[in-house]
Design a protein around this ligand. Structure first.
Ligand SMILES: Cc1cc2nc3c(=O)[nH]c(=O)nc-3n(C[C@H](O)[C@H](O)[C@H](O)COP(=O)(O)OP(=O)(O)OC[C@H]3O[C@@H](n4cnc5c(N)ncnc54)[C@H](O)[C@@H]3O)c2cc1C
Length: 380
């Protein structure tokens, strides 16, 4: 067993925790991050990086790498799943760069996360550290990990996802609520799709009744890898795993007999998994004492705006700015300003994302993509 005294502990090195660590170090804070996983897998899934988030990656020097790895959709199309009629065409590509200040990229989330992780100061990143207990004391917080290590931190950032231990400490034990929806995730080999002779747009959301949908997009710069994620109303989730295997047959039963492009996606499906979408209502507090929350620990949402990680990374940027402004001794002010600056935006995105209406019909996405967490006024 080892014991350490540190200034800032981040719990969780997911997309939000990794961003928080990088931004805090850039701001001069030697934050340590404790991650329960012994190693990260390249989970088979894609993710969108909106211009609002790419501005943060620019600040961290990761923009070029991510732009070189990921795909660059010229549009986010919304189409009717049966007829293929266009419901909306949201311009991205060069328009996103000039209008919103950065590129819009779709990418494999493992590649995005690996890019974030590799840029971190590795001596401060501690794998195989599952937080099991915390105790707030007069001058610090005592953190106990499953491996027996103990750390005393002046501040603790809970970036530990929807089942956050830090949220539990602040607000009590409460399981997240099943939203009634699941998503299937599938990586598809573009060569298989190309054999169909059809045109696969770089980023399209296909819609059916009740807003059931398939979001399909490229995850590599050369568009050699294609990915789809669905949203489907489903029975209560009764598995005790975070996901289960699905199948081409299940996809056919749910979406088969639709537009030829959709049918080709299903035909090319080899391995597909099914994930429940969990949810919580907006939390009554984001911080207390020496503890604060960010990302899914704080405002989980159904993923239909492709902005859940975006909000986690925006949180990280604003939190780092607040701590820079006040210094860590005045963490009460920093956490207050952080919540005042972030709550309204994160809650609005959470609400719209849960409604699953985003870009279904023509609308101006500037309020999401044009936001700059590095310059937004801090609401002190
Ligand atoms: C199907 C689907 C598609 C999505 N698509 C998009 C998209 O396109 N764009 C987008 O922006 N978002 C998307 N999201 C949402 C996004 O994945 C989440 O919002 C995001 O991962 C949240 O990041 P986080 O860092 O807050 O939490 P997480 O990514 O969940 O990370 C939490 C980390 O904490 C660690 N941890 C947990 N408990 C402990 C503990 N006790 N001790 C130590 N470590 C711990 C975990 O191992 C994990 O590494 C999608 C989500 C889903 C389900």
């Amino acid at each position: 067993m080892t014991e350490h005294h540190i200034d800032i502990a981040i719990i969780g090195a997911g997309l939000g925790g990794a961003a928080a660590m990088a931004l805090l170090h850039k701001a001069g804070f030697k934050a340590h991050t404790f991650e329960q996983a012994p190693v990260f897998d390249r989970l088979g899934a894609g993710i969108h990086i909106g211009p609002n988030v790419m501005k943060i990656f620019r600040e961290l020097g990761l923009e070029d790498t991510l732009c070189n790895i990921g795909a660059h959709p010229d549009y986010w199309f919304s189409r009717d799943g049966n007829t293929g009629d266009y419901r909306s065409k949201i311009e991205l590509g060069d328009f996103a760069k000039s209008e919103y200040g950065a590129a819009y990229v779709t990418i494999h989330r493992g590649d995005m996360h690996a890019t974030q992780i590799s840029a971190l100061p590795q001596d401060y990143l501690h794998y195989d550290h599952c937080l099991t207990q915390l105790e707030e004391r007069e001058n610090d917080v005592k953190l106990t990990f499953a491996n027996g290590n103990i750390v005393y931190a002046k501040l603790v950032v809970g970036a530990d996802g929807i089942n956050s231990k830090i949220r539990e400490e602040l607000l009590g034990v409460e399981k997240p609520r099943f939203s009634g929806w699941v998503g299937h995730r599938c990586l598809v080999d573009m060569n298989k799709l190309a054999a169909s002779g059809l045109d696969f747009e770089t980023c399209t959301k296909w819609w059916w009744d009740r807003s059931k949908h398939i979001m399909a997009y490229a995850t590599k710069n050369d568009e050699s890898e294609y990915y789809y994620v669905t949203g489907v109303p489903d029975e209560p989730w009764e598995h005790d795993t975070t996901w289960v295997e699905s199948s081409r047959d299940e996809m056919n039963a749910t979406f088969g007999g639709s537009h030829p492009v959709v049918n080709a996606l299903i035909d090319a499906t080899t391995s597909v998994t099914k994930w429940p979408f969990w949810n919580r209502d907006p939390l009554s507090l984001w911080s207390q004492g020496r503890l604060c929350l960010l990302g899914d620990a704080c405002h989980p949402m159904r993923p239909h705006m492709a902005q859940g990680a975006g909000m986690a990374i925006e949180d990280a940027a604003v939190l780092a700015r607040c701590l820079s402004a006040t210094g860590i001794e005045d963490y009460t002010s920093a956490f207050g300003i952080y919540e005042n600056t972030r709550r309204e935006r994160a809650t609005t995105v959470q609400t719209v994302s849960n409604k699953n209406t985003w870009l279904k019909n023509p609308e101006d996405p500037a309020w999401v993509y044009g936001y700059n967490p590095l310059t937004v006024p801090l609401a002190g």
